[in-house]
Ligand binder design. Structure first.
Ligand code: MSP
Length: 620
């Protein structure tokens, strides 16, 4: 199979754009545009969000007043002043639409699961990481303070066995494999703020602290465990859960006979959990997953074995060296240890970010996050994460991905073949976030060629080439009045942020991508209808107006595409000569930052090379 990927062309383009941008004035003073052309009407799906935005100025005025009239005594208290400053800062940000679990302004902790280091990274790891990255980038661009956490889950029997097979000590083994995960995140341009490893001393102390709290509160007791255990899932199963002698996941199970063990009193949390799900209907998403979890809990909860003695690779149980902590109890604590737990002082990272805004997990590990984790936290009287979102699984060419089938999809190979933005875009835009999806090279090529190369790429190319050739290598200096077609498209572009933000605040990543794809369709229909190439001779002023409208639409599209395809979106913004410091979502509100008339632009070059694979594309 021959792939023609024009990576060299892309790097030449990047260099030439950088050179070109060197002489572009960042704050061009020609503001000939009639201000009235841009009224700030927005179409929005969330009325509370609309109100938030419309009253942004009055809010910031209010927050100044609040600070100046705050009693002096309060300001003398350090922690209070930190909190006040944070509240004032939050008032001033654009933020995202409020939901039942998020006010749209507060510091936002988002987490990937921490990955097992027993094997190479695969498409599932790339998927969760990219999804979290898109949400984290979106939140940052909306002005929110973000703590995006990822890392590796390095203890447990599975890891110990993998190290044994290699004949190296477990620590040496995990150091090597953990690095592969770090490298993958870098390759995918994941912007995690921290990469936590459960073998770090601080994390161990944090997990041991939680253990001690649970002992003090009398939720952990010592007993003997007999039952089924799956090493692959690192999970205990009841007899009734087994199917044909295997775990419901298909994993082998082994009988653990009378092992001394500490138990967590999970059985006392049945009603508390059910009440919690009832009172917080958006805690588990999507809704279908919530029903699954609820029926699991209604089926009855037994106390959970939370320590092991038959192997050594884990965090020692405080005051009992014979035992190590159950790997899931150790692993789940990472979400808090990463923000400094047990330091819960008012000015700590913990108090800023905890409870996490959202844990993104695969559907297979939902039980651990929505039953065990909340029960541990309730027992310790700590706040629960606001939301747990379970995404679906990828199959490959219609088949379940498994070691035995040898059909794992290597994300590193994908990025090397197709490019990082192409892979990120496909993973995010192909499948509804929450549903299963099927991976095939053909599907990726078609999606990328259609939505990026043909639709967005060509729209940029034909618009900017016309501007460059016919308007003196600059944004037109004069344009005419907008007609109803222009107004309609511009209105849609001005409402785009609200539509995307509404989707992302529900983790509806594919729907957010579709908003962008659809407005590009509309812009292509518009350019075909307006045919600026025909207007060049007959009505040059109308031509410049049409080209201007598309450039302004592209500015909205590219700014909003940054979380999904960061490099390509920024290349488009370079081509549009949008200054670096005007690429946040706040620059989409109002008319202050619209495309500036008369600003010089570079000679446009393609942003998305078509992926040429005749055998695959012709067969479609
Ligand atoms: N270590 C635990 C998580 C502990 S979090 C406190 C773990 N690790 S894992 O490496 O096995 O899985 C990481 C993630 O990859 C999970 O969310 C899992 O659902 C996801 N995926 C594994 N295979 C997948 C696909 N084929 N498709 C999509 N995601 C899948 O579980």
């Amino acid at each position: 199979m021959r792939y023609t990927i024009m990576t060299t062309m892309l790097s030449i383009l990047a260099v030439s754009i950088r050179q070109c941008r060197g002489y572009l004035p960042h704050h061009h003073s020609t503001q000939i545009m009639r201000k009235s052309a841009f009224t700030t009407t927005t179409t929005t799906t969330s009325s509370s969000f609309r109100q938030q935005q419309q009253s942004k100025d009055s809010l910031s005025a209010k927050s100044t007043t609040a600070t100046t009239t705050t009693p002096h005594a309060l300001l003398q208290c350090r922690s209070n002043s930190v909190l006040l400053a944070a509240a004032a800062a939050a008032d001033n940000i654009l933020g995202t639409p409020a939901t039942s679990v998020d006010d749209g302004k507060r510091p936002f902790e988002i987490t990937t699961p921490i990955y097992y280091v027993n094997d190479k990274p695969h498409i599932g790891h790339a998927y969760t990481s990219t999804a979290c990255d898109v949400i984290a980038r979106f939140m940052r661009l909306s002005g929110r303070e973000v703590f995006f956490l990822s890392g590796t889950d390095e203890h447990g029997q599975k890891v110990e066995q993998s190290a044994e097979k290699k004949g190296i000590p477990p620590q040496e083994f995990v150091d090597g494999v953990s690095q592969n995960f770090k490298d993958l995140l870098e390759l995918l341009q994941i912007t995690n703020d921290r990469f936590i490893r459960t073998t770090e001393e601080d994390h161990k102390k944090s997990a041991q602290h939680l253990w001690k709290v649970l002992i003090e509160k009398d939720y952990i007791y010592k007993g003997t465990y007999s039952g089924w255990y799956s090493i692959r899932d690192e999970c205990f199963y009841n007899d009734s859960e087994l199917e044909d002698g295997k775990a419901p996941t298909g994993a082998e199970v082994e009988w653990v006979a009378k092992e001394d063990s500490y138990f967590f009193k999970l059985s006392s949390f049945e009603d508390k959990l059910l009440d919690y799900y009832d009172a917080n209907p958006d805690f588990i998403a999507p809704q279908t997953r919530r029903n699954e979890v609820t029926s699991f809990v209604k089926g009855g909860l037994r106390d959970l074995s939370v320590s092991r003695t038959s192997f050594k690779w884990g965090i020692p149980v405080p005051d009992d060296d014979e035992h190590i902590m159950y790997v899931w109890m150790d692993a789940l604590t990472n979400y808090m240890s990463a923000v400094g737990y047990p330091n819960t002082e008012e000015d700590s990272e913990y108090s800023k970010f905890w409870p996490a805004a959202v844990h993104i997990v695969g559907k297979d590990i939902l039980r651990f996050h929505t039953v065990y984790w909340p029960a541990f936290l309730m027992a310790a009287e700590l706040p629960l994460p606001k939301r747990v979102f379970a995404h679906g699984w990828w199959t490959k060419d219609g088949e379940k991905i498994s070691k035995s089938l040898g059909n794992a999809v290597d994300p590193v190979g994908l990025v090397e073949t197709y490019g990082v933005d192409q892979v990120r875009f496909f993973l995010m835009a192909e499948v509804n976030f929450g549903s299963d999806g099927d991976f095939s090279d053909k599907a990726l090529i078609l999606k990328v060629n259609n939505n990026l190369a043909n639709e967005l790429g060509n729209l940029c190319q034909r618009t900017l080439s016309m501007v460059f050739k016919n308007c003196n290598e600059a944004v037109p200096t004069e344009i005419g009045a907008f007609n109803s077609d222009d107004e309609e498209l511009l209105k849609s572009a001005r409402g785009l942020y609200n539509r995307c933000a509404t989707e992302i605040s529900e983790q509806a990543i594919q729907k957010y991508a579709n908003e962008l794809i659809e407005i590009v369709w509309d812009a292509n229909k518009y350019i075909d209808k307006m045919a600026p190439w025909a207007l060049r001779k007959t009505d040059p002023e109308r031509m410049t107006t049409v080209l201007y409208v598309i450039m302004e639409v592209l500015r909205h599209v590219a700014i909003l595409y940054q979380p999904i395809i960061p490099d390509s979106a920024n290349k488009i913004l370079d081509l549009l000569a949008v200054p670096d410091d005007q690429r946040s979502f706040e620059h989409l509100v109002g008319d202050e930052y619209q495309i500036q008339l008369g600003r010089p632009i570079c000679k446009p070059e393609g942003v998305f090379p078509r992926i040429e694979v005749p055998e695959l594309v012709e067969a479609s």
